[in-house]
Design a protein around this ligand. Structure first.
Ligand code: MF3
Ligand code: CO
Length: 248
C-alpha cells in the first residue's frame, strides 16, 4: 500500500531532507586523503543530533552506524572505520535522518583527491542516471518511465545497474511502497500519483551488476570487485512535478 503525503506532510519531509542535504554539504571537505570514515560518521551523527534529529540508520535492523560508508568496490551499507581514505578512492556516503517523525534519505559518491578517468566517468554517469530518473517522476507517468531511463543511460555507457538493492517509498518509515529496481520498460509499472514520496537511488558498476555480502552481514560489494557509485535523492511528486526534498 502506498501512503500518499499531503502538502504539509511533504513540507515536513522537506525539513528532514534539508537536514540530510546540509550534512552532505558540511562533510564534503572531510572527504580527503588521510581522513577516516569514522570521523565523518561521528561528525554527521553530531550534526543530526545538534539539529534536533535522529540518525535513523543507527540501530535500524541492527545496522550499527549513523551513516553508510561504501569505498570503491563497496556498493552500499559499508561500515565506517579507521582506515584512512587514499587519493584515488571513491566513496558513497548514505545518510538517513529523522526530524519531527519524518525521514529524509540521500546518498552521494565523493572523489578522494584526484581519481582515475574511469572512476570520474562512473560517477558522472551515475549522477546523470539520478537526474534523468527525477525528470520523469511526474504524476500520471509510470515507474517504468523512471527506471527505463536510468537503465538505458547506464547500459549505453557500458555500466552495470544493480538489481539487488531497491529504491523505496519513504515517510514515517524508511521502507514503504513502492519498492523497485532501477530497471524497467517505459509505460510499465505502477502509475505515479501526486503525494507519492520515494527515493531514486541508482547504483552503477564498472563491471558485473552482481554483488556479494561480507561476513559482517551488511557490506555489499561488487561480485568482481570493480568500482560502484550511487547517487540518491528523496523525491515528492507534486502537481507541478518532482520536488527534490534532499536537494543540496
Ligand atoms: N539509503 C539506505 C536505504 O535506501 C539506507 C538504509 S541503510 C541501513 O535503505 F543500514 F539502515 F539499512
Ligand atoms: Co534509500
Amino acid at each position: 500500500m502506498v501512503i500518499l503525503k499531503s502538502k504539509p506532510e511533504i513540507e515536513a519531509m522537506r525539513k528532514a531532507g534539508q537536514l540530510v542535504a546540509a550534512c552532505h554539504k558540511a562533510l564534503a571537505p572531510m572527504v580527503r586523503p588521510g581522513g577516516t570514515t569514522r570521523e565523518i560518521d561521528s561528525f554527521v551523527e553530531d550534526m543530526i543530533v545538534r539539529n534536533g534529529g535522529q540518525p535513523f540508520t543507527k540501530g535500524y535492523k541492527g545496522y550499527p552506524y549513523a551513516t553508510c560508508m561504501s569505498v570503491n568496490d563497496v556498493i552500499a551499507h559499508g561500515f565506517p572505520g579507521d582506515e584512512p581514505l587514499k587519493e584515488g578512492d571513491i566513496i558513497t556516503i548514505d545518510i538517513v535522518a529523522r526530524l519531527d517523525g519524518w525521514l529524509g534519505d540521500s546518498a552521494w559518491t565523493y572523489a578522494v583527491g584526484n581519481i582515475a578517468p574511469n572512476a570520474q566517468k562512473l560517477m558522472r554517469v551515475t549522477k546523470e542516471c539520478l537526474e534523468l530518473g527525477i525528470r520523469r517522476a511526474m504524476p500520471g507517468s509510470r515507474l517504468g518511465d523512471i527506471t527505463s531511463a536510468i537503465q538505458t543511460h547506464a547500459e549505453k555507457n557500458g555500466f552495470g545497474i544493480v538489481r539487488d538493492l531497491l529504491a523505496h517509498g519513504i515517510g514515517r518509515s524508511l521502507h514503504e511502497q513502492p519498492s523497485f529496481m532501477h530497471v524497467g520498460k517505459p509505460g510499465k509499472g505502477m502509475r505515479l500519483k501526486e503525494g507519492m514520496v520515494f527515493t531514486i537511488e541508482p547504483m552503477l558498476t564498472e563491471g558485473s551488476h552482481y554483488m556479494t555480502i561480507d561476513p559482517d552481514g551488511w557490506t555489499a560489494r561488487t561480485f568482481d570487485r570493480k568500482l560502484a557509485a550511487q547517487y540518491e535523492h528523496t523525491i515528492a511528486l507534486t502537481a507541478d512535478g518532482p520536488l527534490v526534498l534532499t536537494a543540496q
